[in-house]
Design a protein around this ligand. Structure first.
Ligand code: HEC
Ligand code: HEC
Length: 253
């Protein structure tokens, strides 16, 4: 027997889905772009060419990306709100004894947002004669290393710092590929050296932060930034210590 109820329900369902399919594009035309840009799958600009870099080093700055990705740029700049600093040495005076002879006994201030890296690295009272301290501070330094190689780590700190244009920015995590649907690129190559063939097994989002938030040391022979990590199984404090013992490395004695 013909089931009227089922037929009516099916017809209504079809009409509703048709309406939905028709309505979404129509709504897109009437709702301002910024109101739906954050809905998953609705990002309007998935593949765009990078803007022309004004800087001679070829790094496209956040300012230059901002006309294409205003929300993402604003969100990155909101890092500046994270500006609460305390001195750990004032909070816990015994640290001065524990760290005696080490830079952190002189100045150990809490971390703040990415917007402050260039300012903070300059004003810390910890001794920092060489440019290797700039490894995790600016895309312009990362680009310099990528262009000229490890020798850059031994450059004079002050002279190099003067030439850096912006604190951590799009290039650090995307190279100039942000327009390629936010493609993530490891620009700090000591990280891909550390994981070697296993780099591809690590979530790119994790890698992007791990470029700087990872245990590191400066190679004694050329002061280049490196990590004790050597493969996925070695990301433990025990493995790092074993590695340092093996190469007879000490940060300070
Ligand atoms: C510290 C690293 C980092 C910086 C700096 C950074 N991004 Fe990203 N970006 C990411 C990560 C990680 C993702 C992927 C998020 C995910 O998949 O959950 C991403 C995603 C994106 C996407 C894709 C968004 C989407 O919804 O598909 C775009 C576009 C993008 N970033 C542009 C930029 C621009 C432009 C800048 C500079 C103003 C910037 N990013 C700075 C790490 C960064
Ligand atoms: C290019 C290097 C670099 C990359 C990449 C990076 N960071 Fe950072 N991050 C830093 C540095 C350096 C600081 C300390 C800045 C300061 O105190 O001036 C910092 C500070 C922070 C802080 C503030 C800590 C606090 O106590 O307030 C957070 C949170 C943070 N990073 C999270 C992330 C996340 C999440 C990612 C990945 C999406 C990431 N970082 C990628 C270098 C980096």
């Amino acid at each position: 027997m013909f089931d009227y109820k089922l037929a009516v329900r099916a017809a209504c369902g079809a009409a509703l889905s048709l309406l939905f399919v028709r309505a979404v594009p129509l709504l897109r035309e009437v709702i301002p772009e910024r109101m739906y840009a954050a809905v998953p799958g609705a990002i309007a600009y998935l593949h765009v060419d990078a803007p022309e870099a004004a800087k001679a080093n070829g790094v496209v700055s956040a300012e230059e990306w901002s006309s294409i990705y205003p929300e993402i740029t604003a969100s990155m700049k909101a890092n500046a709100d994270n500006n609460y600093r305390i001195s750990y040495l004032d909070e816990d005076p015994f640290l001065k004894n524990i760290y005696e002879g080490y830079g952190f006994a002189i100045d150990y201030t809490s971390a703040v947002g990415h917007s402050y890296t260039l300012e903070d690295v300059h004003k810390t009272e910890r001794p920092h004669p060489l440019a290797n301290c700039l490894t995790c501070k600016s895309p312009d330094f990362t680009k310099l290393v990528n262009d000229l190689g490890d020798e850059v780590y031994m450059y004079d700190f002050e002279e190099t710092w003067q030439k850096l244009d912006e604190s951590i920015s799009c290039y650090n995590c995307h190279a100039n590929q942000a327009g390629n649907a936010g493609e993530l690129v490891v620009t700090h190559t000591y990280l891909s050296d550390a994981f070697g063939e296993e780099t591809g097994k690590v979530d790119p989002v994790v890698l992007s932060c791990g470029q700087c938030h990872i245990e590191y040391y400066f190679r004694p022979e050329n002061k280049a930034t490196a990590s004790p990590v050597h493969g996925l199984d070695s990301v433990t404090p025990e493995a790092a210590l074993a590695y340092y013992n093996e190469i007879d490395f000490t940060d300070w004695v």
